[in-house]
Ligand binder design. Structure first.
Ligand code: SF4
Length: 747
């Protein structure tokens, strides 16, 4: 426990007269909001927002406060390591010590490496909440290139595109972040393109507060999204485009901007490579064609393009919407980045800015992985951008196929921290099949999830307020748009819960890599050294380290690409064998690619929508959050629903060729009439294992996992733009809400 951050103990104004209070960063999501945690006799009694914290200014979202206490002391939390004693998935376990569990895991890993090679062991990671770079360190030392993460359709595409286009494959310029919308820089035009930070979970309040502030200044507000919640603000222009056609839309904007001479001529002439080739390429995208592809009005497309190009500064708020377009992901994302560049909105106040990356010594040890082993990365030969560090990941759908087929080689072990794999990746049934084929499945989590149910060893993870961790995540902060680092701090110790870092350090030592796995504190100190600070000092800072933003860095430094320019025409893409210019690619499933299927499935399905009260697959156990949303809802345009005889609250079948789900209807008019949207991350902790309701509620039951339909550059899966049909369904005999209430009443 770190008492150095104590808030005037005994000061009733600060603490309410309780024994002690601590300033701690919230870790119920990526976030980093400041909280004050009150404790009585070693027990957390209250969590509330820290008014002095510049990020959240005292506000907390629905996931923090009461839910964070509920999560900490929830009776279903895993407190000890468990080893499987019955059939896989039968729910039979015995308690083990950490030492025994680690010995067992290490022994199995070494046996698999002896028999199948190091690549036969794979690791899995979730979001960056736990900053699990250390997983890659162990994988590299062990010799396996197979580490997976959700990054291939969450944030990773924007980072990879930025590396390829602006900062280069091998750049050391510290630009290897994605250009962030500089909403603190007083944008006069805000474009919310497939990302609605005020309602989605994109770093929660970190997104919500600054975007709200920016919209209060009344910039021109353009929304490019088939779904526009009220929180997106009153839109001056709303382009409800057909999901999966974002590249065509962006190319249509560029056609207007280039034809009408609205681009930034100085930036283009001095800093861009391949503008002439782009001007040729956009000739393929006249407005009438773009309108036909995107299902939007040509006049509105042109108006939006002109407005963005002439209302400087303008920022594009982008997010997972474009990360999850399947075969259109990389090119659509590149098209957006090029739009920012040619309009002069890149790296300027109020535009999209490469915020400074902290100079941290990350512990991956990439040099320990031999080129021969690296070449074996599943999917790396096909989806070349997967090999870019720090996002050097195996392709998840291909890896799960490999676990089933043993092709191109056997993968027999999967060690997962912080990820509920069964719910988070496409084709739920196939993932379960893959997990069942393994010789060793290790899952570290806070609760018994559908993934943990299938494991050989389940390890109890420490959560928010339970782990000291050099959590070096970055946050924007207004009004000068600075970056900061924060740490996760341990105030409470319950059972034998451990942080992911502690697990990997322990496992690394058991595998014989002790010299590379010093204590957590030593790791933290080494990581922070280049920043000129120590972990202890960082923990004592209320708000972390502030890094001043520098604009127009390219004026001094150029870009880190092979040509030294902003590569509209990407020489790296060309070398990899991909189209070096952005282009529209029709979604693999849709009215154009599969017209016969479209006749049977005439609506477009978007999955992957986030909900503010849940962090991906987390939070469904917590009463305080389930009260806000007891079961997933399907969003349908009210007119479309009427045509199908569906009324508000009715149950609806949503079917794709891959399966069907039944959800309650949420009707409104802020969604395209041909588009249906369902939330992601759902499972039902209150239902019995091993499935725990995934085939009733998990959106990934409906999603395609065929690698042929993924993005050709990075392998991103198509969570958006799928074909579906809907029909009114009988209500289930006992609804999910009723079952949830009954389960709670029985507690
Ligand atoms: S947005 Fe995230 S970090 Fe902030 S209060 Fe909510 S859960 Fe905590």
């Amino acid at each position: 426990m770190n008492s150095d951050t104590e808030v005037s103990p005994g000061d009733s104004s600060a603490t309410g007269g309780v024994a002690s209070a601590f300033k701690v960063v919230c870790r119920m999501c990526h976030g980093g909001c400041g909280t004050i945690v009150e404790m009585v006799g070693g027990t957390v009694s209250r969590v509330f927002g820290d008014k002095e914290n510049p990020i959240n200014r005292g506000a907390l979202c629905s996931k923090a406060g009461v839910p964070s206490i509920e999560q900490l002391y929830h009776p279903d939390r895993l407190d000890y390591p468990l080893m499987r004693t019955g059939e896989r998935g039968a729910g039979k376990w015995r308690r083990a010590s950490w030492d025994e569990a680690l010995d067992f895991i290490a022994e199995k890993m070494l046996a698999i490496r002896d028999q199948h090679g190091a690549e036969g062991v794979a690791f899995g990671r979730g979001t960056g909440v736990n900053n699990t770079h250390i997983v890659s360190r162990l994988a590299n030392l062990f010799g396996t290139p197979n580490v997976t993460a959700i990054a291939y359709f969450c944030y990773g595409p924007r980072v990879a595109v930025a590396k390829v286009t602006a900062s280069g494959n091998y750049s050391q310029r510290g630009w290897d972040t994605t250009p962030i919308s500089d909403v603190y820089g007083k944008p006069r035009c805000v474009v919310q393109w497939g990302s609605q930070k005020r309602t989605s979970n994109d770093h929660g309040l970190i997104g919500h507060i600054p975007v709200t502030d920016a919209l209060r200044e009344n910039p021109v507000n353009i929304v490019v999204d088939p779904r526009k919640p009220n929180a997106a603000g009153p839109a001056d222009i709303w382009l409800p485009l057909r999901p999966g056609t974002d590249a065509a839309m962006a190319l249509g904007w560029m056609r207007v901007i280039i034809d009408e001479g609205l681009y930034d001529k100085e930036f283009v002439e001095r800093y861009c490579h391949g503008f002439d080739e782009l001007a040729e390429r956009v000739k393929d995208y006249p407005l009438d064609k773009v309108a036909e592809i995107t299902w939007c009005q040509p006049e509105e497309i042109a108006r939006a393009a002109r407005t963005y190009a002439t209302t400087a500064p303008g920022c594009i708020i982008w997010g997972n919407g474009t990360d999850q377009l399947g075969n259109n992901t990389f090119q659509a994302t590149r098209a957006l980045l090029i739009l920012m560049g040619i309009t002069g909105n890149l790296d300027v106040p109020g535009g999209n800015v490469f915020y400074p990356a902290p100079k941290l010594e990350y512990p991956e040890l990439w040099d320990k992985l031999s080129p021969e082993q690296e070449a074996k990365r599943i999917g790396g030969d096909r989806f070349k951008a997967l090999n870019l560090t720090p996002y050097a990941y195996a392709h998840p759908p291909s890896l799960y196929h490999t676990m089933i087929t043993d092709k191109p080689y056997p993968v027999k072990a999967y060690i997962v921290t912080g990820n509920n794999t069964v719910t988070c990746f496409p084709n739920t049934g196939r993932i379960i099949e893959a997990m069942k084929k393994l010789d060793l499945l290790v899952v570290m989590d806070m609760f018994m999830t559908p993934t943990a149910e299938l494991a050989d060893v389940v390890l109890p993870a420490a959560g928010n307020l339970e782990r000291d961790e050099p959590r070096l995540h970055l946050h924007t902060k207004g009004p000068q748009a600075t970056f900061m680092d924060t740490v996760s701090q341990k105030l409470v110790e319950i059972g034998e819960r451990r942080s992911d870092w502690e697990f990997i350090i322990g496992l690394g030592r058991k595998l014989g890599y002790g010299e590379h796995f010093p204590s957590l504190e030593e790791f933290a100190e080494k990581s922070l050294k280049p920043m000129g600070t120590t972990w202890d000092k960082l923990k004592k800072m209320d708000h972390g380290i502030e890094l001043p933003v520098q604009y127009r860095k390219y004026e001094k430094e150029g870009f880190g690409t092979p040509t030294g320019k902003f590569e509209i025409y990407s020489t790296i893409m060309e070398e990899w064998g991909y189209d070096p210019l952005p282009a529209h690619v029709e979604p693999a499933e849709g009215p154009v690619s599969t017209p016969e299927r479209f006749e049977e499935y005439p609506l477009i399905l978007n999955t992957g929508a986030k909900q503010p009260m849940f962090w991906h697959s987390q939070g469904r156990q917590l009463k305080s959050l389930r009260k806000l949303n007891a079961e997933p809802l399907v969003e349908i345009n009210a007119k479309t629903a009427e045509a199908y005889g569906i009324k508000k609250g009715d149950y609806v079948w949503i079917e794709t060729v891959r399966g069907r789900l039944r959800m309650r209807a949420h009707l409104h008019d802020q969604i395209h009439e041909k588009v249906v949207s369902i939330p992601h991350g759902w499972w039902l902790p209150e239902e019995p294992g091993p499935d725990r309701g995934v085939f009733e509620v998990c959106s990934n039951v409906l999603v395609d996992d065929d690698p042929d339909n993924c993005d050709v550059v990075l392998g991103s899966s198509p969570l958006k733009g799928l074909l579906c049909r809907i029909s009114k369904a009988e209500a289930p005999a006992r609804t999910i809400s009723q079952r949830w209430k009954e389960a709670m009443a029985a507690e």
